[in-house]
Ligand binder design. Structure first.
Ligand code: AAL
Length: 418
């Protein structure tokens, strides 16, 4: 009892002392200071000066809205679900032309789930897929060039499906990392390791390494089943390859991001001992920014809808909170492979919209996004705090039948604790 009295007395003393300080320091100034003011502040006020690059979004170089533009040049078989393009790579600029690689599925039927899948019926939107590529002069109109990575013969890695690729340029040679499925996705889970092919030109021909380059983790480790979304950057003379893994098992799947580094594109890759390094997100999208690395973190997890920053590429902090972020964002990162110490940031890239066509005609399409996450651009339009949605956007987020029934059954008035 005595300790409680002491604690209560101490807390009252602290509060009254803080109130005295607060009273003495006067009210918070009308003009929001750009720099942290020398005064007692609440946790929230402290945070805008200590957690984020600037106290206001307009001045935060790692805050942006995202704008979307429909691409020209890609047909989807009338949206019947037999042709899908998704999970684009970072954009590469080579001899004045933009290149992008992506998962290309063209099958006789739309995906039918693992149980109904066969050698010709896909289990998922990315099953029985190949890696194709396209080029563009302006990033808006694209010309599909055809297949880059075919599915190899069974039992080579990726024989069932090669998907979700990303590009690395290293010492004049090009490398495509991709998920190499050894069974139809969904049989046990979305399980796969990562494979790699290389070429002396972005137009190929591509030589498969035909070995697993980023292996699944040992049994019981977070990344024992899936190594997804390989995403290479060059930093400190090494390849920093970020990836996602789905773990914790259904129905409470958790998705987080890991890091593996290597001195050579074909490995060996060493997984970072602090993995997972990002607790949220889905398809990893990162870029060098100033002396560190920034990440677009969307879709899943406690910190989705954030843009994050890390000085060392391992320990990430939230730099801003935003919305309507590009899924499977594949930015044009001019200094992705230059081992820069002053990353300039990004202004555009490709992404995807999945769930097109509904369950029976499921497919995905590519889209362009634009933003201002660049030291070399200041577009006030992109720095507006909010995205104004029309009512139909809210109504499309309607109650399910079960939720409506639950609400109708809930008795009026305050529910008394039993
Ligand atoms: C994507 C990516 C990986 C997953 C599946 C296809 O969004 O996370 O590639 O395996 O979904």
């Amino acid at each position: 009892m005595k300790i409680q009295v002491v604690l209560i007395t101490y807390s009252i003393a602290l509060i009254s002392q803080a109130m005295v300080v607060a009273k003495d320091q006067g009210g918070f100034p009308y003009k929001l200071p750009d720099e942290k003011p020398d005064r007692e502040m609440s946790a929230a006020m402290e945070r805008i000066y200590t957690a984020y690059p600037a106290p206001r979004p307009e001045k935060n170089e790692l805050f942006s809205q995202f704008k979307y533009t429909e691409l020209k040049g890609f047909d989807y078989n009338g949206g019947d679900g037999t042709l899908s393009r998704r999970d684009p790579s970072k954009i590469l600029l080579h001899k004045g032309k933009y290149y992008v690689w992506y998962t290309h599925r063209e099958t006789a039927t739309p995906p039918r789930g693992a149980a109904k899948s066969t050698d010709t019926i896909p289990s998922s939107d990315w099953d029985l897929a190949e890696i194709w590529y396209a080029t563009s002069e302006d990033g808006f109109s694209w010309e599909e060039q055809g297949v880059a990575i075919k599915r190899p013969e069974k039992p080579l890695v990726g024989w069932r499906s090669v998907t979700t690729t990303d590009i690395l340029e290293w010492k004049g040679r090009f490398y495509l990392y991709y998920q190499g499925f050894l069974e139809a996705s969904g049989k046990r889970g979305d399980d796969c390791p990562v494979a790699v092919s290389w070429a002396d030109s972005p137009d190929g021909p591509w030589t498969p390494y035909n070995k697993i380059v980023i292996p699944n983790g040992p049994e019981g480790d977070w990344d024992q089943y899936s190594i997804h979304d390989p995403y290479p950057l060059v930093r400190n003379g090494k390849i920093f390859l970020y990836y996602k893994s789905d773990f914790n098992g259904q129905p409470h799947l958790v998705r987080m991001q890991g890091l593996a580094t290597a001195d050579h594109p074909l490995g060996p890759f060493t997984k970072h001992p602090l993995n997972p390094v990002i607790t949220s997100g889905h398809e990893t999208s990162l870029f060098p920014f100033k002396s560190g690395i920034a990440a677009l973190v969307y879709k899943d997890g406690p910190e989705h809808n954030t843009i994050q920053y890390s000085e060392d590429g391992v320990n990430f902090e939230i730099a801003s909170i935003t919305e309507l972020m590009p899924y499977a964002a594949a930015p044009y990162v001019p200094d992705a492979f230059t081992d820069t110490k002053d990353g300039r940031g990004i202004t555009w890239g490709l992404a995807h919209f999945i769930n097109q066509g509904g369950r029976e005609k499921f497919h995905s399409i590519l889209v362009r996004f634009d933003c201002d996450l660049s030291q070399d651009l200041h577009d006030p339009e992109m720095k507006k705090h909010r995205v104004n949605h029309q009512p139909d956007v809210y109504y499309r987020q309607g109650l399910t039948k079960a939720q409506r029934e639950r609400i109708m059954k809930t008795p009026k008035g305050v529910k008394r604790r039993k």
